[in-house]
Write a protein that binds this ligand. Structure first.
Ligand SMILES: Cc1ccc(-c2noc([C@H]3C[C@@H](O)CN3)n2)cc1F
Length: 327
């Protein structure tokens, strides 16, 4: 029965969190992403102009999956593609002896420029793995039956190292009870329903709840436009800036806390988390940590929310469920 824990190291402004993963005989820093289902990394097959500065997987230790290839596009339209090898992958001591490792032969500039990240480790459902002609399993699905309990947990923090655990829940990492809600896997995501929202101390919800996904690979919290609008209407100097592509606030603002009701329980995102980051170094205008989910089709509970809670991704029962507790 395997269990393991790995650090989640925050990048600048908590834009993403990176964790060490041993693949074959290289240790790479991967972005764990509960919103996708491919484990891919820069490799010795990647063009040098695209992979400069990145850790590389050398497929010589693996066994090529003949005829298999992959091609993924993320929410921000960044993309990567390549071929596939079966190789040993170790995360925090948990070992998958024959994990589908997707070696990149091409990546978009966003990944080239993100020099701290050597690739992604998808933790959504394997139904959305992009490998053709035969999709393969995520790391979690590969090791699931060997884990003490078929769960992984997410404990991200603002501006500090958090952790992911596999196979167990660590009661020292949260306070109070864990509130569980059912997950709808139809779209391949950890998808759930939020009950409602409110700002500051008010208990009047600023809008009905709705469908949402828990997505560690997304930096911000994307909510129904009416909820985002109501939230920023309470902040002096807040504005929707088309050129910046979202709500901005004065970096000197003290945004109100933001409350989310899930499973009948209220979880609070400290207002300071919503004063996300200066538009560019030295700017006195900051990008808001809450944005409208217009055009996405569902809300995205990204890192701005997840770093305020302890989250349990539980596939140990008859159907998957998500658990949330106060950190
Ligand atoms: C450069 C770069 C770009 C995007 C992403 C990225 N990773 O996860 C996600 C979200 C959105 C959805 O696609 C699934 N989860 N986005 C990571 C990067 F390092």
């Amino acid at each position: 029965c395997q269990t393991g824990e790995v650090a989640a190291d925050p990048q600048l402004y908590d834009q993403s969190y990176l964790s060490p993963v041993t693949i074959g005989n290289s240790e790479l820093m991967l972005d764990f992403d509960t919103g996708s289902a491919d484990l891919w990394c820069f490799s010795t097959e990647s063009p040098a102009a695209q992979s400069a500065g990145h850790g590389l997987y050398n497929p010589s230790t693996g066994t090529e999956l003949d005829g298999a290839f992959w091609d993924i596009t993320y929410g921000d339209q960044s993309a990567a593609s390549g071929n596939v090898f079966a190789d040993k992958v170790v995360v925090g001591g948990v070992t998958a002896t024959k994990q589908a490792v997707e070696a990149a032969t091409s990546v978009s500039y966003e990944f080239t420029e993100d020099v701290a990240s050597d690739g992604l480790l998808g933790l959504a459902f394997s139904s959305i793995n992009t490998i053709l002609p035969q999709p393969q399993t995520t790391f979690f699905d590969t090791v699931r039956n060997s884990l003490a309990k078929a769960v992984f947990t997410v404990d991200l923090k603002k501006g500090a190292a958090g952790s992911y655990t596999f196979g167990y829940i660590d009661s020292s990492k949260y306070s109070g009870a864990i509130t569980y809600v059912p997950v709808n896997t139809a779209n391949g995501f950890w998808q759930f329903t939020a009950d409602g929202y409110s700002a500051g101390g008010s208990d009047s919800s600023t809008g009905r709840g709705g469908v949402a996904i828990a997505d560690t690979g997304t930096s911000l919290l994307y909510l129904p436009a009416s909820v985002a609008k109501a939230y920023y209407s309470g902040i002096q100097g807040a504005t929707f800036d088309f050129r910046q592509g979202g709500y901005t606030i004065p970096c000197s603002a003290t945004p109100p806390d933001f409350n989310v009701a899930i499973g009948g329980k209220t979880f609070t995102v400290p207002g300071s988390y919503i004063n996300y980051a200066p538009l560019r170094a030295g700017s006195s205008t900051c990008f808001g940590g809450i944005q409208a989910d217009t055009g996405i089709g569902f809300s995205i509970f990204g890192d701005v929310f997840l770093k305020a809670v302890y989250a349990v991704f539980d596939d140990s029962g008859s159907s998957p469920r998500l658990g949330f507790a106060a950190q």
